[in-house]
Design a protein around this ligand. Structure first.
Ligand code: HEC
Length: 174
């Protein structure tokens, strides 16, 4: 059986058009898969990025892991005018700070605390100390502690690590 040139040309044309059409369908399908895949990939880092957010408040724990009680002693010079640190030490302008980490707020005997601090409630956690020392009047509006605060988180971590050392049985680190 023999085909004439126009017959072969016609057949070739039809096959070519068919291949283009099929290729197009397959191509679209692949692109579609790529898009879905790309969307999935870009979605993943977003999920990942939102994950550390809840962990952010634990910053004091991370900072304390890097803190130095010795540097804290130096920072504490800013506190010395008002606070003693020895066991059974006197209250001055501010209460004695022996064993203050974990101590109930405004509980040091023989010191007249402000109603504001007495009303705050709870014990001095690392987190609360961090927030109080950052800006006392923000954390406890009406506190008697006239101290602007330690702006740098790392300085606060140093001081808090030092405060933790003022104890016979220092509390576990955060
Ligand atoms: C100008 C004096 C002054 C300075 C400086 C000062 N404090 Fe105080 N501090 C006070 C007073 C007064 C209070 C009591 C606050 C109240 O009753 O509202 C207090 C309370 C505290 C408490 C709570 C104690 C408790 O038993 O509830 C801590 C902790 C504390 N100070 C730490 C510090 C640290 C750390 C520094 C230095 C970075 C510092 N203070 C600097 C006067 C001072």
């Amino acid at each position: 059986m023999k085909f004439s040139f126009p017959q072969m040309f016609g057949a070739a044309l039809i096959i070519t058009l068919w291949l283009i059409w099929v290729g197009n369908i397959i191509g679209n399908a692949l692109v579609h898969v790529d898009e879905v895949e790309a969307a999935r990939i870009t979605a993943e880092p977003k999920e990942g990025a939102s994950a550390p957010a809840p962990a952010a408040p634990a910053g004091i724990a991370d900072l304390m892991a890097l803190a130095s009680a010795e540097a804290g002693t130096k920072q504490f010079k800013k506190c010395k005018a008002c606070h003693t640190t020895n066991k059974g030490g006197k209250n001055r302008v501010g209460p004695n700070l022996w064993d203050v980490v974990g101590r109930t707020k405004a509980a040091q005997s023989g010191f007249r605390f402000s109603d504001a601090l007495k009303g705050k409630g709870g014990a001095w956690t690392y987190d609360d100390l961090d927030r109080y020392l950052a800006k006392p009047k923000d954390f406890v509006p009406g506190t008697k502690m006239s101290f602007a605060g330690l702006k740098k988180a790392a300085d606060r971590a140093d001081v808090i690590l030092y405060l933790r050392s003022l104890s016979d049985t220092p509390k576990p680190l955060p």
